[in-house]
Design a protein around this ligand. Structure first.
Ligand code: CDP
Ligand code: CDP
Length: 221
């Protein structure tokens, strides 16, 4: 794997990882890895092929045949733009179900490492600091209470004119957190050397500034 600076941003669903990570990447001019999108693509592709999300071997075999590309803001699967299709709550749930399979996780490691290019990488996910980039220069664990995160997701869906029910979102997030934390392979876990950033009362730009400051301090030491 290439050695360029990596900032790993991990945390549970709707903690703000994607939004914060993309802003940090754009401020630093770094590459950006949305690792959750990979698990979402796999869940989507499996569904298209009528492969049950619980079938580890079939899901992994199917993944190995996929052509996955990130071009600008678009996510391409076998040359088709699936950016919107993979962002539904159903596919999010499917992503967390396929993500429990160790062989699938192993099949996605090289692709994630390939994002580490000059001048550096902001990697967002669940296991960026613990498994994929354990040597990352800076590791941040973003979190917020389940209620705060459910409300954020609710407002986000409303903003996109998509159906949103707060109680359902809260229940789905609780289930997804439990599955992500409880799985044997690369569970959602704060790395020992990560900085915890609780964002219940921290806005997006303050979170971005905080991470940039921490990175600046590291560079000056
Ligand atoms: O990537 P992840 O699922 O962790 O979260 P996200 O999609 O970046 O953020 C979920 C929603 O929360 C977005 O609409 C963000 O704008 C919002 N958000 C917020 O209101 N305050 C924060 N500190 C972080 C995110
Ligand atoms: O946007 P949100 O935080 O809801 O989800 P995501 O980051 O798109 O990830 C979808 C699912 O993929 C998560 O619930 C995890 O189960 C899984 N995932 C993972 O296992 N490891 C990662 N590095 C990223 C996502």
């Amino acid at each position: 794997m290439n050695h360029f600076p990596v900032i790993a941003i991990d945390g549970p669903s709707a903690s703000g990882k994607g939004t914060v990570a993309q802003l940090v990447a754009s401020k630093l001019g770094f590459n950006y890895l949305d690792s959750g999108a990979l698990y979402r693509i796999v869940a989507f592709a499996a569904q298209q092929d009528n492969i049950p999300w619980s079938d580890a071997l079939a899901v992994t075999a199917c993944t190995k045949t996929l052509k996955i590309e990130f071009i600008n803001e678009q996510v391409l699967l076998n040359n088709q733009d699936v950016s919107n299709e993979i962002r539904t709550e159903e596919i999010g749930k499917g992503a967390s179900q396929v993500a429990v399979h160790a062989p699938l996780r192993a099949a996605l490691v090289d692709m994630q490492h390939s994002f580490c290019k000059a001048p550096g990488l902001i990697a967002d996910g669940r296991d960026m600091g613990t498994v994929i980039f354990p040597e990352a220069e800076l590791k941040v664990f973003l979190t917020a209470s389940t209620e705060t995160r459910a409300l954020r997701r609710y407002k986000q869906l409303q903003g996109k004119n998509q159906p949103a029910n707060y109680e359902h979102i809260l229940q789905d997030l609780t289930e997804r957190d439990a599955r992500d934390k409880g799985r044997a392979s690369a569970p959602l876990l704060m790395a020992d050397d990560a900085i915890l950033l609780e964002t219940d009362n921290v806005g997006i730009s303050d979170a971005v500034d905080y991470i940039l400051q921490k990175y600046q301090i590291l560079q000056n030491t």
